[in-house]
Design a protein around this ligand. Structure first.
Ligand SMILES: [Zn+2]
Length: 163
């Protein structure tokens, strides 16, 4: 069961995402919880690893999850997600003036380094990810992936950047 507060946040987020992507409310993807998450559809990824680490909410877009499963299939080995959905209330997101791609449910960060990072980028290019951010310094190395299209939102896509 969703609490009243969670229902309210879901409705608010749905409206924000619709505005950001200039789509109707009906076109915004599903809000996943334990009752409706289709485990068999994206078998390599559990609801808990896709959910916001700070709030437990998950608003991942269906097409992004399908792309994530395609990436995993292409790699042929487990994909470690250091971050997937992030609520606008998440520490990283709440300093932003408008919704980031993780809050739109369109991005994941894959923890990886060296040869594995190379393979993740190659597989990402082959499976249609359009935003690739490389963070390969320090202890927590990752590759950010998102799949916003050129005509969506205010982000320039396709694009590759470093942190
Ligand atoms: Zn990211």
């Amino acid at each position: 069961m969703q609490s009243g507060g969670q229902k309210k946040e879901k409705d608010l987020l749905s409206a924000q995402i619709a505005i950001e992507l200039a789509v109707s409310d009906e076109e915004v993807g599903a809000f996943w919880d334990i009752e409706n998450y289709p485990t068999s559809r994206w078998p390599s990824f559990s609801l808990s690893e896709l959910s916001c680490h700070e709030t437990g909410l998950c608003y991942m877009d269906e097409s992004t999850l399908t792309r994530l499963q395609a990436l995993r299939n292409k790699l042929g080995r487990p994909v470690y997600l250091s971050s997937a959905y992030r609520s606008p209330r998440h520490t990283v997101e709440k300093i932003k003036s408008s919704l980031g791609v993780h809050s739109l449910g369109r991005a994941v960060d894959v923890g990886c380094a060296g040869t594995q990072a190379y393979e993740v980028v190659a597989a990402a290019l082959a499976t249609g990810w359009t935003g690739i951010g490389i963070s390969q310094r320090g202890a927590s190395r990752f590759v950010h992936l998102d799949d916003l299209q050129p005509d969506e939102g205010r982000f320039t896509r396709p694009s590759l950047w470093s942190y």
